[in-house]
Write a protein that binds this ligand. Structure first.
Ligand code: SF4
Length: 381
C-alpha cells in the first residue's frame, strides 16, 4: 500500500451470509462485499465510518484508515485493473462543499441530495459513465448532519412538485439516487435509513418534503421498520428480464427487486417503478409486458405506485468510457442507428429515432394503463 495508507485490520475471513450479525439484512439478498473500506481522516469517528468499518470487516474487507483525506491507490497497471480496484472499494469521506449546494434535477425530483457518489454495480450502460471523473470508486459521505442541515433552505422552491398536481402532495422532493445506488451500500453506511427518518421527522414538524431513491438492489429489511411517515418513495429500477440478465452485473435479480418493492409497499412506503433503460430488444413488447404483469402480482392492494419510463441513450463521452470498461459488451451503442438530441449547452446525446420512440411511448402508455391501472406515469423520456 502507498505510504499514506495505514491498514489497521488484516482482512477478516469471509463468513457465510447466515453467520453475519443481525444488523445485516437477511442472507438471501444481494449484498455488495467490497474488498477494501477506506476511511478518510476527516470522516473518522462518524457513525457512517463506524458502520462501514464494522460491517465491512465482517464481510471480509480490509479496513484502511487514511492519514489524510485524499483517496489514492486506486490506479492499477491497466484500465481494467483500475476499474476492478475502484469498483471493489468503498471510501468514507466528507461531502465536499459543492454537495451542500443542491442542484435541481428534473424530471426525477426537485433537487439532488447526494449521500454518496459512485456505485458498486456493473451495468454496461451505466448512467454514471462519463459524468464522474477518475476511477469509479464509491464514496459515501460521512457528514450527514451537515447534508441534512441544508434541506430547509430548499423547501418550497421545487419546480416539479409545486408545478404538477400529480406530485404536489409530496412537497419539495429530494432525489438520493442521482450518482449512486443508496440501497446497494446501505448495509455499509446506514445513510439511507438516516435520511428516511430525518425527512419523516421534518415532515412531522410541518415541512412539506419528500425523499426519493431508486435501486437495483433488494436488501430492504432494515428499511421496513423505520419511522418513514410515508415521505420516502422507494423506486425500483427494473427492466425486461433479458436486459437485466445481459447488462446489469452485480445487481439483485429482477424477481428479488420486485419482491422487495412488494415488501416496501406492504410496509406503507409509496413505491415506484423506474423502467430504465428501455431498449427495443427482440420481442420487447412481450418482455416488458411480462415485467408489468409481474409488478402487478407483487403489489399489495391499494399500493401507491408511480412509473418513470426512460429510454436508453448515450453520449460520445459515456460511450467511450463504457467501451473501455466493458470492451466485450453486446449493448448497442451505434450512433449510426440513433437520432441526435442536443442539450442547451450544445452537448449531443444519442437516442432512438423518432418513429421508434413514438411507437414505444404509445405502447408503454397503453400497457401501463392495462397492467397497472392505478399507477401514475410521471414521465417518458
Ligand atoms: Fe450505474 Fe445505476 Fe448500474 Fe450503478 S445501478 S452501475 S449507477 S446504472
Amino acid at each position: 500500500a502507498p505510504p499514506h495508507i495505514a491498514p489497521t485490520h488484516a482482512p477478516a475471513p469471509r463468513r457465510a451470509p447466515d453467520e453475519l450479525a443481525a444488523h445485516l439484512p437477511e442472507g438471501k439478498t444481494r449484498l455488495w462485499r467490497p474488498k477494501r473500506i477506506v476511511i478518510a481522516k476527516a470522516a473518522a469517528g462518524t457513525a457512517v465510518a463506524a458502520q462501514a468499518a464494522r460491517v465491512g470487516a465482517e464481510l471480509g474487507a480490509e479496513v484502511v484508515h487514511l492519514s489524510g483525506n485524499t483517496v489514492r491507490g486506486l490506479k492499477g497497471e491497466s484500465e481494467a485493473e483500475t476499474y476492478r480496484r475502484a469498483k471493489s472499494t468503498l471510501a468514507i469521506v466528507q461531502a465536499p462543499p459543492s454537495a451542500l449546494k443542491l442542484q435541481p434535477i428534473p424530471p426525477s425530483a426537485d433537487f439532488r441530495l447526494d449521500l454518496a457518489v459512485g456505485c458498486p454495480a456493473h451495468c454496461q450502460y451505466c448512467y454514471l459513465a462519463g459524468s464522474l471523473s477518475g476511477p469509479p470508486v464509491t464514496r459515501a459521505y460521512a457528514n450527514l448532519g451537515e447534508i441534512f442541515a441544508v434541506l430547509p433552505d430548499y423547501l418550497g422552491q421545487g419546480r416539479i412538485t409545486s408545478g404538477t398536481q400529480a406530485r404536489g402532495h409530496e412537497g419539495t422532493t429530494f432525489e438520493a439516487s442521482c450518482y449512486t445506488d443508496p440501497l446497494g451500500i446501505e448495509h455499509l453506511t446506514g445513510s439511507l435509513s438516516a435520511a428516511i427518518e430525518h425527512v419523516a421527522g421534518m415532515h412531522q414538524e410541518g415541512a412539506e418534503i419528500g425523499l426519493r431513491f431508486t435501486t437495483k438492489y433488494d436488501a430492504v429489511a432494515p428499511l421496513l421498520t423505520l419511522q418513514h411517515g410515508g415521505r420516502t418513495r422507494a423506486r425500483f429500477s427494473v427492466n425486461a428480464e433479458i436486459v437485466t440478465r445481459l447488462f446489469e452485473g452485480g445487481t439483485a435479480p429482477l424477481g428479488a427487486r420486485l419482491a422487495a418493492m412488494g415488501r416496501m409497499a406492504a410496509a406503507g412506503y409509496p413505491v415506484g417503478l423506474t423502467v430504465a433503460p428501455i431498449m427495443p430488444v427482440e420481442g420487447w413488447q412481450d418482455a416488458y409486458d411480462a415485467l408489468l404483469s409481474r409488478t402487478a402480482a407483487v403489489l399489495p392492494e391499494g399500493a401507491d405506485l408511480t412509473v418513470e419510463l426512460i429510454t436508453h441513450r448515450f453520449t460520445p463521452g459515456s460511450r467511450e468510457v463504457l467501451m473501455g470498461w466493458y470492451p466485450a459488451t453486446k449493448l448497442e451503442m451505434d450512433p449510426g442507428v440513433r437520432a441526435q438530441k442536443r442539450n442547451k449547452f450544445g452537448g449531443v446525446k444519442y437516442v432512438y429515432p423518432k418513429a421508434l420512440m413514438d411507437e414505444m411511448k404509445g405502447w408503454f402508455g397503453e400497457a401501463v394503463r392495462a397492467r397497472l391501472p392505478r399507477a401514475s406515469v410521471l414521465y417518458w423520456t
